[in-house]
Write a protein that binds this ligand. Structure first.
Ligand code: AQP
Length: 336
């Protein structure tokens, strides 16, 4: 569609829930990609705390995780001089637009979402927030008229829904929203759990050997990877590798950037113990600069709060423009 007059530069928007320890899935599926593309866009990266509370969070822990997540964004290479790094709840437009979009979204669309069905199945009583989660996500994206949303594969269905909601709004009220494209990374789009390679690595899985956290010390990283589930074969056979071995190879490739041929030539026939040692080394080495930068950032008093405050101002300026347009289109009162 034609880009509205108030959005002359393409924008990118993405977010992470501050709902636990960020892991190498979040890094390879999202953060690493964000850092790579940020300068090609006007960039907005959001700590989506309103999404996190769709399941209960201890308030003190949530507050601490919001700051930690912001620190990890910057440590992972997001440049706050260029990109806005802000907290979702500090921009009221997310909630305002979410309600307006809720009113054009059929409930059947939401009930079909795989993530909703998976999470609802694990709970006795399902909160409305869990069902509405993808509408809030659509609002996060459409609020900034984002042209691109770089995410891991698990979010692709929510992105499709975002486009459906935008299209429905545009057809009811006239061209308003830019259609956002889904930006999946070439490798690392779906990192699987180390303990169970049939399930995606996830913050909400609490098993000690499930995920490598981005702030895990090298010794912990090595221990977790050495215990990763593989299969009963003794050595790597790339053509017939099981999900655990494929996951380890994928993690190595995403951290080192090696091509398929180099991976095969190096790992074919290697015993699993040696494969794990090499993967652990690649991950520990790959995370070392992030961890060093994180320690620097968090030891500087006021640094993070300053960035979050300044970025929220930038985000609010864009968000308020969109909310105003949407209100006008829908016939709501928008003070002159
Ligand atoms: N395993 C993964 N592989 C690749 N990308 C992933 N992402 C998440 N897990 C993987 C991407 O990271 C970004 C932030 O997602 P999130 O905050 O929803 O993270 P999560 O780890 O999935 O969080 P939870 O709390 O554990 O949620 P559930 O239980 O729903 O999985 C997104 O771009 C996501 O694609």
């Amino acid at each position: 569609m034609k880009v509205p007059f108030y959005c002359m530069r393409p924008r990118v928007l993405s977010g992470v829930q501050p709902s636990g320890n960020l892991h190498i899935g979040n890094y390879l599926g999202a953060l690493k990609n964000w850092a790579r593309i940020q300068y090609d866009y006007e960039s907005f990266f959001c700590i989506v705390d309103l999404h996190a509370i769709t399941v209960y969070q201890d308030p003190g822990e949530l507050r601490a995780k919001i700051r930690e997540t912001a620190g990890v964004f910057i440590a992972a290479g997001i440049d706050p001089k260029h990109s806005a790094v802000f907290v979702q709840s500090s921009v009221p437009g997310h909630v305002e637009l979410s309600w307006m979009l809720t009113c054009v979204t059929p409930v059947g669309w939401l009930e079909r979402m795989t993530q909703y069905k998976d999470k609802a199945a694990k709970q006795e009583s399902v909160g409305d927030g869990l069902l509405q989660y993808p509408v809030l996500m659509a609002a996060d994206i459409l609020l900034y008229q984002a042209a691109l949303v770089p995410v891991g594969e698990d979010q692709a269905q929510h992105l499709e829904l975002t486009r459906d909601i935008a299209q429905r709004f545009n057809s009811l009220y006239g061209e308003t929203f830019v259609m956002p494209a889904t930006g999946l990374p070439a490798v690392g789009a779906r990192v699987m759990g180390l303990d169970d390679p049939t399930r995606k690595m996830s913050k909400s899985e609490t098993g000690a050997g499930h995920a490598v956290a981005l702030l895990d010390p090298p010794a912990v990283i090595r221990k977790k990877i050495m215990r990763a589930t593989t299969d009963s074969n003794p050595a790597v056979n790339v053509a017939n590798a099981g999900p655990g071995v494929l996951n380890l190879l994928g993690i190595h490739q995403a951290f080192t950037g090696w091509g398929d041929e180099a991976m095969k030539a190096h790992f074919e026939g290697m015993r699993y113990g040696d494969l794990k040692k090499e993967v652990a080394e690649a991950v520990a080495t790959g995370l070392e600069p992030l961890q060093r930068r994180y320690r620097e950032i968090t030891s500087e008093p006021g640094y993070l709060d300053g960035i979050l405050r300044e970025s929220a101002e930038r985000a609010n300026a864009v968000a308020n423009t969109t909310v105003r347009t949407v209100k006008e289109r829908m016939g709501l009162y928008a003070a002159p």
